[in-house]
Design a protein around this ligand. Sequence first.
Ligand code: NAD
Ligand code: UDP
Length: 333
Amino acid sequence: MTDNKNPQPSRSSPYEEPLRILVTGGAGFLGSHLCRRLVMDGNEVICLDNFFTGHRRNIQDLLDHHDFELIRHDIVNPIFLEVDRIYNLACPASPIHYQYNPVKTIKTSVMGTINMLGLAKRVRARVLQASTSEVYGNPQVHPQPEPYWGHVNPIGLRSCYDEGKRCAETLCFDYHRQNKVEIKVARIFNTYGPNMDIDDGRVISNFIIQALRNIPLTIFGDGSQTRSFCYVDDMVQGLIALMNTPEDFTGPVNLGNPKEITIMELAEKILRLTGSSSTIDHLPPPADDPIQRQPDIALAKDKLDWQPTVSLDKGLGHTISFFESILSRESAS
Ligand code: NAD
Ligand code: UDP
């Protein structure tokens, strides 16, 4: 049994050779936390990123580490590396970023995932695919369990991301059935924390920055839509626990915090935690914006012995401190 408060190292024994682990999208928000944790656990980590939404500053502290290597590369193009494990995180995750060049977003999810699965097949590596709650679309089943097939618009503005990620899941299972590639599919629900980009456009970073600048918080629609927010440390722990499950467990498995909140409640909470004098502006809702989202994490609890431990108030506190330091550095320069 693993204990969430005392995370197990990702190497199964300190006497084993270190694992060589490739993290695509490793300079992004989630990837940078994952790289750091994997290096701290004694693994050799190769971070691969095209810097579309990621930044060197997210992994600055790792650049001189002897077990860390950074490669600028776009996963749409093949690459040949000797690795034991691949965390395939490369893909813009914020709606404004994945809709900026939708064709490229699909290429990243489809061609990029083929390249990573092809690499895994050649070198017999295990692959963890960062899938998403967006595979459930605007769900008609609530909360969402893994057997639910979802309710996705195939031709809307979000489809490049949703359908790209759905196809990536299909590819994982076809490489698994056809080529015996070891796969783990994580359906990641909304995750937040330090290292989110200031211009990321996702709701938590937007609201915190707006609150700290004392400008109106932008709520899209009436704010009655819900999300369930997971702190990044919990997510990293879940991803590593999934990667380390026995070979016959593929997922898909939901990873997220089941505590659901409306966007209006989130705005009020952030105003309270920051002591901001911001008001609230209501803007038109984006097309196909899911009305509700909450993970059913029974499978993760059972197979990974995992559940989130960081409360929203505590996680927001860490995230607010991060953005305060970014903004104070900006105003000093
Ligand atoms: P992010 O945008 O901060 O990070 C994505 C990283 O991938 C960036 O560093 C970017 O430069 C890189 N990238 C994008 N396209 C690439 C390409 N073609 N080749 C190489 N690198 C490329 O996003 P994130 O929040 O860290 O998300 C990481 C992964 O987790 C994504 O696959 C995303 O779909 C998934 N996910 C995240 C969330 C969340 O709430 N954060 C929720 C569901 C799924
Ligand atoms: N949202 C909002 N104001 C913002 C950014 C987002 O009201 O400034 C809403 C958005 O419409 C959605 C929710 O917050 O209903 C979560 O949006 P986000 O982009 O963070 O993630 P996703 O829609 O992918 O869950």
